[in-house]
Write a protein that binds this ligand. Structure first.
Ligand code: PHE
Ligand code: ZN
Ligand code: ZN
Ligand code: CA
Ligand code: ZN
Length: 293
């Protein structure tokens, strides 16, 4: 898998920050900063050769949008999808939550194009609207796919908050080693993310696979899923500070859902690692070899 350049991730975050600054300070559902964020991501994907689709929905009296990008090729009956929510809360620009995940998913998609990666599976990427209102966009997507299209999705990789300033390294507990686990295939996804972090000697701990982000609609339909998370309002314990460094007794992200979730609210090291980890997961889960047809 390619190394994802940190500078490219940060350039996307700077774009999201500028968009928020120019649009009343946020990128929230129903606000102009959301649509501008979507147009930025779509423009980059279109220029790279993706087939993009905007899916509209209504929530809370406003139109929301999901952006879906398909990389041409691969087995259409074996889809590997990666996604992140692109909306912020209205309180701030949402650079860690979730510019960070959105930038990582975008940059991995652009890396697929740069390398002309032609895996066995069909690759799809998604940016969800209105997550902050209750996973609205991603639930709309999975509910409206239909059983036939849903069954083609063999895995979904979710990124929501991967640049927390006082980071932990949490994998969704797909294998059920500390909870009830996820649909069949989720263990392989969790183990793939864990293998990447093992390779760079960074310890990983489980976090609940309970539906607190956009994978919820996928696992409800029995689709294998997984992802990483660097922590939100939770407080880093002294044991966790021993494990990962950073500051014990402080939140993983003290600016969670606040106006201070700006480009200053990012730990570059963890953002870089999570870009590389997603590339590793996509490359390893997509399979090699020629697709049929
Ligand atoms: N979905 C939460 C939010 O956007 C963040 C979160 C992600 C919390 C993953 C827990 C696990 O605010
Ligand atoms: Zn949030
Ligand atoms: Zn979020
Ligand atoms: Ca686990
Ligand atoms: Zn890197």
């Amino acid at each position: 898998a390619p190394d994802i350049p940190l500078a490219n991730l940060k350039a996307h975050l700077n774009q999201f920050q500028t968009i928020a600054t120019n649009n009343g300070g946020n990128r929230a559902h129903g606000r102009p900063g959301y649509r501008a964020s979507l147009d930025y991501v779509k423009g980059r994907l279109d220029a790279a050769g993706y087939t993009t689709t905007i899916q509209s929905f209504t929530s809370n009296g406003a139109t929301g949008y999901n952006l879906i990008a398909d990389w041409p090729g691969g087995d259409p009956n074996q889809v590997l999808m990666s996604g992140s929510h692109l909306d912020s809360v209205s309180a701030g620009p949402g650079i860690n939550d979730n510019g960070s995940g959105s930038a990582a998913v975008l940059e991995v998609a652009l890396a697929v194009a740069r390398e002309n990666f032609q895996p066995a599976k069909h690759l799809r990427f998604g940016w969800w609207g209105a997550e902050e209102l209750g996973l609205i966009g991603s639930n709309y997507y999975t509910n409206n796919l239909g059983a036939t299209e849903r069954a083609k999705i063999k895995g979904y990789l979710n990124y929501d908050m991967v640049g927390s300033p006082n980071p932990g390294y949490f994998s969704y507990d797909g294998d059920g080693s500390s909870g009830s686990g996820g649909p069949a295939g989720s263990a392989e996804i969790e183990n793939t993310f864990r293998a990447y972090f093992t390779s760079i000697n960074v310890p990983v701990r489980d976090t609940a696979f309970d539906g607190r982000s956009d994978y919820g609609g996928f696992i409800r339909y029995g689709i294998a899923a997984g992802g990483m998370f660097t922590g939100a309002e939770g407080i880093k314990s002294s044991a966790q500070a021993q494990l990962w460094g950073g500051t014990a007794g402080q939140a993983f992200d003290r600016c969670y859902h606040r106006s201070c979730d700006t480009t200053a609210n990012i730990n570059d090291t963890t953002l870089d690692r999570h870009g590389d980890a997603l590339a590793y997961a996509v490359w390893n889960l997509a399979g090699t070899g020629q697709p049929p047809g």
